[in-house]
Design a protein around this ligand. Sequence first.
Ligand code: ZN
Length: 287
Amino acid sequence: MTDMPFPPPADADDRRAIKPVICYPNETLPEAPMALYKAARETATKVDEVLIPARDARCFEVPAGQFFRISSVEGPQVGDLNLWNSKNLNERFFSGKTRALHGTHISTGERMWTSLPSLRPMATIVEDTLGWYGIDAYGGSVHDVIGTRCDPYTGNLLAGDHYHYCCHSNLTRALAAHTGISLREAEPYVHDVLNVFMCTGFTRDTGQYFMKASPVRPGDYLEFFAEIDLLGALSACPGGDCSSEHSSDTAACYPMLVEVFAPEEGALGDWKSPAVNGYDRSHGVPR
Ligand SMILES: [Zn+2]
């Protein structure tokens, strides 16, 4: 870039040297009562399980106050997770705000937040066997909220393909099958995901989204506490461990397991499902 139309100003280095500030300091976020969850979890028994077939998705339901665990079985596999309020599909996981509040990847003690205008915790991560991974030398980490979901439209845009087993299509089929609504009705409810077990980051030189082989191995799991009544859908991504490509049938893919656990009656004490956000919604217009 020798022919720079707008040359750097004299104080360019000074401007670049300004220290960043955190956009959303999260010290004032209500802290998840992790000790209470842990004690309740110790009383819990398994009440349901759903096996997600490779390159496909299934739905599952978790009432508020129960736990769900997503496990790697058979081989390294990445999962794309959608969550809705089971009583109102318009209240769904808000990937962008979760990223703004917690960062690009989430782990134990952090939460998945719902869309506006509810903006409340919908699920809290209570255990993460990949918590040891941290941030690697490439800036990569696991369980991101920066990717969207693999989808056939992007594949078509970039390569003219019509591949039908991207996570977007898998989630759409699963939601339609579970709720009885049509594919066309179901599709707009599918949203940006939590990329469970996926190892991703942004390249430092070009700022591009990258993925690398997931460190997940069979037996690893990510476990959540359901803060509200949840409908979930999980897709076992056609990218497998996402070491090379997705949006095709070439990667080795494995099933994934979702298990639901209910604590004993009274184990949560006076815990209550969080209320919707407190903003008055007048948007500056007098009522
Ligand atoms: Zn995918």
